[in-house]
Ligand binder design. Structure first.
Ligand SMILES: [Zn+2]
Ligand SMILES: [Zn+2]
Length: 176
């Protein structure tokens, strides 16, 4: 799916082809919450880095979080969180360990996205106490990382042969 995205002030615009465009995975970790998750979580999509086109690159800033994981010395995350230096909008995450992938924030996308049939709630072990997990039947929950990747979930729930995952998701939720 072709996606167009931008920051709030319009200084940065981008386009990318996403094979995992359904905004189903809500991450409640402290990095997502603080940098991109006003409601307590952030949602990233899965896209093909080689198709990424960006205008306004000079306004981009990159944040690499310091990680304090149990049993490990503090270290810098390899994930590079790109945001607009003018308005602060979170835009995408790139990790050179997986150079073929780019993870745009659903919140930065202007193209209408498919409605997820259900959601996965991840990193609940790091959730802020005030955040109520608003889920629906069929949602999955994980204290840490999920037991599937973005790509695996899409293979299960949105077969690549399906031309309109949005329509399918709408039909499914209409039945409830
Ligand atoms: Zn901006
Ligand atoms: Zn997170």
């Amino acid at each position: 799916m072709h996606l167009e995205g931008s920051c709030h002030c319009g200084s940065v615009k981008f386009s990318v082809t996403a094979h995992q465009p359904i905004p189903f995975m809500r991450c409640y970790c402290s990095i997502c919450r603080k940098t991109a998750g006003g409601g307590g979580y952030a949602i990233n999509l899965g896209a093909d880095a080689s198709t990424m086109r960006v205008t306004g690159k000079r306004h981009l800033r990159v944040y690499q979080a310091q990680l304090h994981e149990e049993g490990k010395p503090p270290h810098t995350s390899s994930g590079r969180r790109h945001f607009c230096g003018r308005c602060g909008s979170a835009l995408w995450l790139f990790d050179p360990q997986w150079p073929e992938l780019i993870h745009p924030h659903a919140s930065a996308i202007d193209t209408p996205l498919p409605v997820p049939p259900h959601s996965a709630h991840i990193m609940l072990g790091s959730k802020a106490g005030w955040v109520a997990v608003e889920g629906k039947r069929g949602d999955t929950r994980f204290d840490a990382y999920p037991d599937f990747s973005l790509a695996e979930w899409h293979e299960r729930h949105a077969p690549k042969t399906s031309p309109k995952p949005a329509a399918k998701a709408a039909r499914k939720s209409a039945k409830r």
